[in-house]
Design a protein around this ligand. Sequence first.
Ligand SMILES: Cc1cc2nc3c(=O)[nH]c(=O)nc-3n(C[C@H](O)[C@H](O)[C@H](O)COP(=O)(O)OP(=O)(O)OC[C@H]3O[C@@H](n4cnc5c(N)ncnc54)[C@H](O)[C@@H]3O)c2cc1C
Length: 410
Amino acid sequence: MAVIAIIGGGASGFLAAITAKEASPDSRVLIFEKTTKLLSKVRISGGGRCNVTHACFDPRQLTSFYPRGGRELLSPFTRFQPKDTIEWFSRFGVKLVAEPDGRMFPSGNTSSEIVNCFMENAQKLSVEILTSHELIELTSLDSGKSGWQLRFSSGESLAADKVIMSGGSSSGLLHILSGLGYSIVPPVPSLFTFNIRDSFLEGLQGISVPDAVVSVERTKLKQTGPTLITHWGLSGPAILTLSAWGARILHDMNYHFTLTVNWTGGKNQEEVYSKLSYLKNEQPLLKPASKAQFGLALKFWKRFLERSEIEESLPLKDISLKKLRALAELLSNQKFTADGKSTFKEEFVTCGGVSLNQINFSTMESRLHRNIYFTGELLDIDAVTGGFNFQSCWTTGWIAGNAAAKTNTV
Ligand SMILES: Cc1cc2nc3c(=O)[nH]c(=O)nc-3n(C[C@H](O)[C@H](O)[C@H](O)COP(=O)(O)OP(=O)(O)OC[C@H]3O[C@@H](n4cnc5c(N)ncnc54)[C@H](O)[C@@H]3O)c2cc1C
């Protein structure tokens, strides 16, 4: 009986375990989890709703959501993509439903559906689950050709034919792997919000601008999309996506940088000025504070007027072109100093991990040793928010589970 050991009782580990056991029912499949809790990230994911995947069914388009790993995931996504995720869960009675923005959640809107699905099916298939078992030593037998020797914090040891490494962003595992010769891309956080202390934003918490353009000075980092003012600074999809693409650059800047924001949906300063002066000509009696422009909330718009020293009570005809120019500049090219980051509560991931050039993506097996496979966040793969991070866990877990089950003789 072949022994397949899975290190990590998280998203990708469970999917890999169930896949391996289904593909090779005679194998002994074991999950080793270092903590006392299984699937803990799945449980808290998506604010407790679990954003399982994204309704994006074109593999190439799907890869565009991965700042790291997109190129490598193209071929795996032709084999297991969101459509397959939907089918996989549906086979076990969990229906996934898409929201208008493409994010997909279990129909009951709770992550416990996913947790229960994994737990019940692992049990049904007799996958052995051992908690409080931290892998502390991993030894290859003849470069893995004769399997692996595993040692756990509990003092127990196990000889396994195959090992699937599904330990997430664990520094302990990365250390073990580095000792085995794997090159590790240093882990840094991704998907965070920007801390900005600026009196301009004070009292405006909760206001969202649907189409702001945010960019980081002295870099090529730029994103367009909804931007939200928070108690601490700026958040929202545009900021989170910018943080994902810029995870390493912003880390290297120690999260201290100048952020430029165009609040007008990308109109340049001249276009904004033209629109304001046109308004002045067309509606000379209009009081500027009576109606917000550029789709901004009235309270926010009034803050721009105040900062441009435009009196609310004056009609447009009495406002100088110089002031309108200052307003145009502020709207289209406002600078903020970001100093630090905050955790986004819905989802955060680690950029970095096992270097991808050491992995054969048709099996998820190592190129350095035989019979060792890698899945999920342990790899240098991460995505923007929206269900894409789990999708790479399902895809790599499914490929590794099938490949590990295939040849049971070592
Ligand atoms: C708050 C939050 C919300 C999120 N929401 C979403 C979402 O809605 N949608 C989405 O796509 N992504 C979401 N993510 C990201 C997603 O949770 C991760 O990408 C995913 O859980 C990674 O799965 P994994 O199996 O690679 O690792 P993990 O889920 O981290 O599992 C790894 C497991 O391995 C164990 N382990 C580590 N070292 C050892 C060892 N030496 N021995 C034994 N066991 C070990 C760990 O304890 C852990 O249980 C969210 C993340 C967070 C933090």
